[in-house]
Design a protein around this ligand. Structure first.
Ligand code: DAH
Length: 368
């Protein structure tokens, strides 16, 4: 082999280094490695031939082949590093995250129609100068009933299908009574009048509970209560505020509204408010028509209720009202079954829900 081997080594060096440098990807580079250093590779082949050489030639050729082997291995390594760096750059630019983009997916999540309806009611009465008040869901008998002129044994207590808790408390009247889940938001009237001097102008959204469950009743539901107490407040103010409310809420400027005499222990006189509608089959259309839908209860605060709160009924008077939030939402947004409000079905929520960016306000249309 002798000088021939040296020539071959030189040629092979040039060829293999060029092939390594030219490999376009890791696969091509591995092919070069196998062709040079694999079991049947060319350098491996030459090394196998060393055995047949005479000692001097073998030594020289062996050294030359070892050097070649290292050079080729180093060239393969260098090329691999270069290809890895290119691949990493490509991946980094492909997977680049632009942290200045808005969060995505953008429109996940929706405002529940109950929250939307409460926000709309607050927006309307807020504009009239009412502020939001809240009270506890777990209430004493006295606040939920007695103070509101619903004495023990009064038939109205039965109508409330009350959830009673095992505890008893003694009310401000000194009489012990059961603790209840509040059956309406009206006890917050009492709490507010006991802790604030008139004038009072509050709106009270909140959860209420009654032991009842079907397509139009849920054991937990929502009400909004309203209370206005001042020295000269009269039934005309009540009518004006509630007519304006109905028209603003249903977004019908000339919506017919009527006040029908009714009875509530905590108001005298009392009325129920109906709005005009048309009935087509089982469906309602709010607006002009020859039919009426009841939407809330109201009245002038009973002097006995004022007295229970230490307010002089000879000096102060006012009005109160209460409405069911689910019912308002069902009528306005055409939601047919009350139970669906509480099923947490995402498909329902996506359909009936509202964008969190559309905050209800009287400026610019309530729900648009
Ligand atoms: N509390 C009544 C109910 O749950 C609703 C109501 C009616 C509240 C008339 C009032 C009112 O403040 O004046 O059915």
């Amino acid at each position: 082999m002798g000088g021939d081997t040296m020539d071959t080594v030189e040629q092979l060096r040039a060829e293999l280094l060029a092939a390594a440098a030219a490999a376009a990807d890791l696969k091509a580079l591995d092919d070069v490695r196998v062709a040079a250093l694999g079991k049947k590779g060319r350098i491996t082949g030459l090394m196998k031939g060393l055995g047949q050489m005479d000692p001097d030639a073998r030594k020289a050729a062996g050294q030359a082949l070892n050097v070649l082997k290292e050079e080729v291995a180093a060239a393969l390594d260098a090329r691999k590093n270069a290809l890895d760096a290119v691949a990493l750059d490509a991946r980094l630019s492909e997977e680049r995250v632009d942290v200045t983009l808005p969060a995505r997916p953008e429109s996940l999540g929706a405002i529940h129609p109950i929250s939307q309806t409460i926000d709309e009611v607050i927006a309307i009465f807020g504009e009239m100068g009412f502020t939001v008040a809240e009270g506890p869901d777990i209430e004493d008998d006295w606040y939920n009933f007695t103070s509101l002129n619903i004495p023990r044994e009064h038939p109205a207590r039965q109508e409330h299908d009350t959830f009673y808790l095992p505890n008893e408390t003694v009310g401000p009247d000194g009489v012990p009574g059961r603790v209840v889940l509040r059956t309406h938001t009206s006890p917050v009237q009492i709490r507010t009048m006991l802790s604030n001097k008139p004038p009072v102008r509050i709106i009270v959204p909140g959860r209420t509970y009654r032991c009842d469950y079907d397509a139009t009743h849920s054991p937990m539901f929502h009400q909004v209560e309203g209370l206005m107490i001042d020295e000269k407040t009269h039934m005309g103010h009540l009518k004006g505020a509630l007519i304006d409310f109905c028209r603003a809420f249903f977004e019908v400027d000339d919506l017919p509204v009527r006040f029908r005499p009714s009875y509530f222990p905590f108001t005298e006189p009392s009325a129920e408010v109906d709005i005009g509608c048309t009935r087509e089959g089982g469906q309602f259309r709010i607006g002009h028509g020859d039919d009426w839908l009841e939407i809330l209860g109201c009245g002038m605060v009973n002097p006995k209720v004022l007295e229970n709160c230490g307010i002089d009924p000879a000096k102060y008077q006012g009005y109160a009202f209460g409405m069911g939030v689910e019912r308002l939402a069902m009528l306005k947004y055409g939601i047919p079954d009350l139970r669906t409000f509480f099923e947490s079905d995402l498909r329902w929520l996506r359909h009936y829900g509202f964008s969190s960016l559309d905050v209800p306000a009287m400026v610019g249309g309530l729900s648009i």
